[in-house]
Design a protein around this ligand. Structure first.
Ligand SMILES: [Zn+2]
Length: 329
């Protein structure tokens, strides 16, 4: 399929060394942390714990082989707790020439937490990565891609270069950390369609609908996404979790995807840090994220607030179709 070029005109960027687009393969090594963050009692469930530990124990070595064979460098977002449990795995990733980036401490729920609490999570995660592998990350991805309005200031305070948790672009951009603050961060946006959790994740009573998609279908879907980003000159960012996409047939599909993306003419396949550094060096425009103020409800004559109307629609329509719970990043 030939795609027309539909560039992200809100975030114009040119790529270095004659490249026409960029791609980065990223792995969120959540392991046990994301289930424990949801429910600390989950450590009592032996089988559930092994489902998660498959990531660092079995999948990461397999994925490192694939990345070595394909001769590309990737970015691994690692919660501090994962680093404490599997320091040798973290060191092995770093020794492979890959980027280690921050992904919270215990993959904590981020929604609604205050700045001081989030600062503690960030610092604990930084300490764990330093102890495990002597790494000081420049990149951050919020657990569940849930950035708060105060997060960027905390990241700038700690010297981070970039974040990858927001969803408002096809290409990286710079944004002001806060009104009146001269500092900025690079954002490398993500997309739920490029997250393996939605395609493959299932654990009874914990996550997923019970449908585990075919890797052939997922390969086709992600190839189309990569081709469209290539045509548009934007940035393809894939988010995979080793405990999900490191299983055999999914790993085979992933390697085929890497091979295809590498073969796209002028595609720059590299780490998120390299993309962020290039963005910081080459883009002049600094964006701001303005918070939306809520208009007064109800409108004149309205019987319900929009939330009540929505609830009534759901009640009338019956239960939600997806049945998915606990989707994650
Ligand atoms: Zn995660």
């Amino acid at each position: 399929m030939d795609f027309p070029a539909f560039p992200d005109t809100g975030h114009p960027i040119t790529w270095p060394d004659g490249h026409r687009a960029a791609a980065s393969f990223t792995f969120d090594v959540d392991a046990e942390s994301c289930t424990i963050a949801h429910n600390p009692q989950s450590t009592r469930r032996m089988s559930l714990m092994t489902h998660q530990s498959y990531g660092p124990k079995v999948a990461v070595p397999r994925l490192l082989q694939i990345l070595h064979r394909q001769d590309i460098r990737a970015t691994f977002f690692i919660p501090g707790f994962t680093a404490e449990c599997y320091p040798d795995v973290v060191r092995r990733i770093a020794d492979g020439g890959h980027e280690i980036a921050h992904h919270g401490y215990l993959h904590e729920p981020m929604q609604g937490i205050d700045s001081a609490t989030e600062a503690r999570y960030l610092d604990r995660g930084l300490d764990a990565l330093a102890k495990a592998a002597g790494v000081r990350p420049t990149g951050y991805r919020a657990p569940w891609w849930e950035l708060n309005w105060h997060s960027a200031t905390l990241l700038a305070d700690r010297g981070f270069l970039y974040d990858s948790s927001l969803l408002d672009g096809d290409a990286p951009y710079r944004f002001s950390v806060a009104e009146g603050d001269p500092r900025d961060l690079v954002e490398i946006p993500v997309d739920w369609a490029l997250d393996d959790w939605e395609q493959y994740a299932f654990y009874p009573g914990v996550t997923g609908s019970g449908v585990i998609e075919s890797p052939a279908k997922v390969l086709e879907m992600w190839t189309l996404e990569a081709e469209a980003h290539h045509a548009a000159g934007s940035c393809f960012v894939l988010t995979n979790h080793p405990f999900i996409s490191g299983r055999p047939s999914k790993a085979v599909a992933l390697e085929r995807l890497i091979d295809r993306v590498k073969s796209m003419d002028g595609m720059w396949v590299t780490t998120m840090e390299e993309i962020a550094q290039h963005t910081r060096d080459s883009v002049q425009q600094i964006h701001t994220h303005a918070r939306i103020s809520v208009p007064e409800f109800p409108d004149t004559g309205a019987a319900f607030t929009p939330a009540q109307v929505r609830q009534q629609e759901l009640t009338t329509a019956g239960p939600a179709m997806s049945g998915r719970t606990g989707v994650g990043v």
